[in-house]
Write a protein that binds this ligand. Structure first.
Ligand code: NAD
Length: 484
């Protein structure tokens, strides 16, 4: 294992520097020990970053390029990540807690965004609108200018890549506010931007406290568009700041997403959906399969299988998990772990039963056993509040309408799933589920190509797919009166 650099700086206008707000300790959640310190930006640093991005935008250094040239630079950033995957994965695992093999998957996912949106750069085309003889009219799409992106700790590299790649491909200059808990690995994105030949100031990456640097960035008058992934209360604060400046934002907030499992579902195949749906990244995924709504007649058989999956996972420090396998790492912090454990305890008080897990294993670090809770009813907090941990709640139904009602019975609406061999039943459910994405017979089916985003309190706007491009551009219409 390589030595981790003890102190990490912010990257503004092509230069690394200290932060006006001092430093913050970055903790390895698998041990509780300090991993490194990170420079903390204050509002003056945020202002310097925004001004640098604005200069790039106004100069046309990005937006005047032929799209293929921007696309090539965006793609080169993805290749840079893959070329450095070993070093990045180690730091990501140590700061975030996920298994080393999962960290590699995250970095490959990040690289895939740069590949995809690098390719898409050339596809943003306007149209010509007929206005009759004497006029020529066309539309163009122009970048907003300065894109502010506020990033969560669960997938710091992949979430940054998601918005950064699309924003750069469409010609925006970016200011990234990294999460306080996991700020280190994003440093490679600044190096990638440099290696790809992007102009200084096109990509600025700084860490700072949410209430200080995050709030200063979202309220900055020279920010033209905001992308946020994280919790609902922070999303509301950011949308409020955006409204004050009349700038658009994309909000990817949480979820309490449900899989409906019918009596004709392939139960053996569903074991895989449990493994990935709720235990990947220790359940710290906004689109996690955090509820299973199962038909009465197969409830006991399915619970037995799901408990088997949970028990098959060994829980240990991510750095000891180089190989893909039945393993799970630490949660991101002891605070997040304690919050999840307390929600399990409350569910028991409310009358639910812990079928497996629910405890902190007998090792130090922010670990929680893979957990399955049965006898959950829709009125319990555990049925509607996001745990953001390896905790699966099981509810039961007897009619299709009841299942849909339960699935739609939270304020969220990020994704949903239906498991059945009956195509009519699946398509009916797909229509009725109030969610931005519906999985039929495979949780997390889809990819970078498929649009993703929430209904209800899960947010608005779409990331991924071609839909995401339209978040980063505004339409201009040019109407020309021709001579006789
Ligand atoms: P959070 O929403 O507070 O933080 C996310 C990001 O927003 C961080 O970079 C943070 O610094 C920044 N931020 C915080 N307050 C801000 C403010 N007032 N203005 C601007 N930026 C601000 O999330 P958290 O505290 O890290 O996690 C709490 C909960 O959020 C989790 O338990 C989970 O439910 C949810 N969450 C969801 C996702 C997701 O992918 N949807 C990701 C992470 C966390």
């Amino acid at each position: 294992m390589a030595e981790i650099k003890p102190y990490w700086q912010n990257y503004i206008d092509g230069a690394w520097g200290d932060g006006g707000a001092g430093r913050i300790d970055v903790i390895n959640p698998a041990t509780g020990a300090r991993l490194a310190t990170q420079a903390l930006a204050d509002s003056a640093d945020v202002d310097r970053a925004v001004q640098a991005a604005k200069r790039v935008h106004v100069s046309g250094a990005l937006s005047d390029l032929r799209p293929v040239e921007r696309g090539r630079m965006v793609q080169a950033m993805g290749r840079y990540l893959l070329d450095h995957i070993d070093a990045i994965a180690e730091v990501l695992t140590l700061e975030q807690g996920k298994p080393l093999w999962e960290a590699r998957i995250e970095i490959e996912g990040a690289a895939r965004y740069f590949e995809y949106y690098g390719n898409q750069a050339e596809t943003v085309e306007g149209r010509s609108i007929p206005l009759g003889k004497g006029y020529f009219d066309f539309t163009t799409y122009e970048p907003f200018g300065v894109s502010a992106q506020i990033i969560p700790w669960n997938y710091p590299i992949e979430m940054t890549a998601r918005s950064l790649s699309a924003a750069l491909a469409t010609g925006n200059a970016c200011v990234i506010k990294t999460p306080e808990l996991t700020p280190l690995s994003t440093a490679w994105l600044a190096q990638a931007a440099e290696a790809a030949g992007l102009p200084d100031g096109a990509v600025n990456i700084l860490c700072g406290l949410g209430k200080e640097a995050g709030a200063a960035l979202s309220a900055h008058r020279d920010v033209n568009q905001i992308v946020f992934t994280g919790s609902v209360p922070t999303g509301i604060a950011i949308a409020t700041a955006a409204a004050q400046n009349v700038v658009p934002c994309v909000l990817e907030l949480g979820g309490k997403s449900a899989a409906i499992v019918h009596d004709d579902a392939d139960l053996e195949a569903f074991e895989n959906d449990v493994r990935w749906g709720i235990y990947f990244n220790a359940g710290q995924v906004c689109s996690a399969m955090s509820r299973v709504i199962v038909h009465d007649s197969i409830h006991d058989a399915l619970v037995e299988r799901m408990v088997g999956v949970a028990k098959s996972l060994s829980v240990k420090p991510g750095i000891e998990q180089p190989e893909f396998g039945a393993t799970m790492g630490a949660m991101v912090s002891e605070a997040q772990r304690d919050r999840a454990a307390a929600m399990v305890g409350q569910a028991q008080t409310d009358g639910a039963r812990v079928a497996t897990g629910g405890r902190k294993p007998n090792i130090s670090g922010a670990f929680l056993e893979p957990t399955i809770i049965t006898d959950v009813t829709p009125d319990m907090a555990i049925a509607s509040e996001e745990v953001f941990g390896p905790v699966l709640s099981v509810l039961r139904f007897s009619s299709d309408d009841e299942a849909i009602g339960m699935a739609n019975g939270t304020s969220y609406g990020l994704v949903g799933g239906v498991f059945t061999r009956d195509l009519d039943r699946a398509t009916r459910a797909a229509r009725q589920l109030r969610a931005g994405q519906v999985f039929v017979n495979e949780w997390y089916a889809g990819g970078v190509e498929t649009p993703f985003g929430g209904y209800g309190k899960s947010g608005y706007g779409r990331e991924k797919g071609r839909e995401a491009l339209w978040n980063y551009v505004q339409t201009k219409n040019v109407a020309i009166k021709l001579g006789a």
